[in-house]
Design a protein around this ligand. Structure first.
Ligand SMILES: *Cc1c(COP(=O)(O)O)cnc(C)c1O
Length: 398
């Protein structure tokens, strides 16, 4: 065993000094609640909403407690009721079907292709099984959004985008989260901006925005939402919409604003690391890198590759050998959910039919985090370790 990687796959960068200073100022003021402002003051939460809406070109934005809360709110805001079926990805993470279950609705899973995007043929085949699609851009892989929107528009399906892994990414230059009716983002530590927890919700639809603001727990203070729709939009909605508290506070917003201002730079740094690892893995026998589409502008905060046709035991051995050399890989083929990784058949509260084509893809997906605390030398070393272990195990299994 030659080199061992000593870095951490879960260590993020510190909060920028400007964010720490802004957070301390909020704490000194004591006004952490978004509606607790003095005359002439605009809450940090409101400023964050305005800045985020402007940065991605959305009309309205609402800051909330988590990405999961944003998704559940989105489902409620478009009228999903208990017992309704909601289309969603078979390849995603637990908060996505969880948001559907949170409103009492039933997930209907749509398959994954070897490019790790939603299988649009399967979507077309299931288009009459739900009137809402909660589309997860899982691990930052964006499907052909024009074709997806054409399928959904033709079938009258409302699209809600889960952009937990695509904040800063786009398809054909149009920001992820602005293709469908609603975009949902997470500000949790392992995503593209870090407030510990938090979420953002964007839409161009004034009624959807008004309902989301009411749901989030705005009482009758909606007029302070400067990134919200005009007051008349709330005329009826304010009486009809239950308060399901899930606001963001000013402390988190203060931490997030400088990070949002830096997002483009951070995305470029992620991509340098992603493409350094990809270059190191390319050409490894037994391993396929995922080819990214030309239309896709990505944020490489994690990387996936496929071990096509490998026995489960060999994949497990690869994971063990890489771990012994400091490289933490996750496998989506595991029958048991482990850590953050689970799959559609792990969510046994859903009665999901087997999806053999997707199972074949999932069985080969290996996943790795790419934190910005890695240097480019770290990335080259990690790729070298994966390459050596893959070649060795693949050849001994052949
Ligand atoms: C993290 C994540 C979410 C939700 O984020 P939280 O802020 O943790 O609720 C949604 N979808 C995917 C794919 C995620 O990884």
């Amino acid at each position: 065993m030659s080199d061992v990687f000593k870095g951490s796959f879960t260590q993020q960068e510190p909060i920028p000094e400007a964010g720490i200073e802004a957070a301390v100022a909020v704490m000194r003021s004591g006004r952490l609640h978004r509606y607790n402002t003095v005359a002439g003051e605009t809450a940090q939460t409101v400023l964050l909403e305005q800045e985020f809406a402007a940065s991605i070109g959305s009309k309205y934005c609402l800051a909330v407690a988590s990405g999961g809360y944003a998704m559940a709110t989105a489902l409620r805001a478009v009228g999903v009721k208990a017992g309704d079926c909601v289309l969603t990805n078979a390849f995603t993470l637990a908060p996505v079907p969880g948001a559907i279950a949170a409103v009492g609705a039933v997930p209907v899973f749509v398959g994954v292709t070897p490019a790790l995007v939603l299988d649009l043929d399967d979507l077309e085949a299931k288009a009459d099984e739900g009137s809402v699609l909660l589309l997860s851009h899982m691990r930052g892989h964006i499907c052909d959004m024009e074709r997806l929107m054409a399928i959904c528009d033709a079938a009258g399906i409302i699209v809600i985008e889960d952009c937990a892994h695509t904040m800063g990414a786009s398809w054909k230059g149009k920001a992820s989260g602005t293709w469908g009716k609603i975009g949902c983002y997470s500000c949790q530590t392992y995503k593209h901006v870090n407030a510990g927890e938090g979420g953002l919700f964007v839409t161009d639809d004034p009624e959807v925005a008004a309902r989301a603001i009411m749901y989030s727990g705005s009482y009758m203070l909606y007029q302070s939402h400067l990134a919200g729709p005009p007051p008349e939009t709330f005329a009826k909605i304010k009486y009809e919409t239950p308060n399901i508290s899930g606001r963001m506070d000013n402390l988190r917003a203060a931490i997030l604003r400088p990070q949002l201002a830096d997002l483009a730079t951070q995305c470029a740094r992620w991509n340098e690391r992603y493409f350094a690892i990809e270059a190191g893995l390319r050409g490894t026998v037994g391993l396929a890198v995922i080819e990214r589409m030309e239309e896709e502008s990505i944020v490489g905060s994690s990387i996936q590759f496929l071990l096509d046709g490998w026995e489960g035991a060999s994949v497990q051995e690869l994971l063990r050998c890489c771990a012994a050399r400091g490289v933490e890989l996750k496998w989506f083929g595991n029958a048991e959910p482990v850590g953050f990784t689970s799959r559609y058949d792990s969510w046994r509260y859903v009665d999901a039919p087997a999806m053999p084509d997707s199972d074949k893809v999932l069985a080969g997906i290996v996943d790795m985090r790419v934190p910005l605390t890695f240097t480019l030398e770290d990335c080259a070393q990690i790729a070298r370790i994966i390459r050596e272990e893959t070649s060795r195990i693949y050849q001994s299994a052949a």
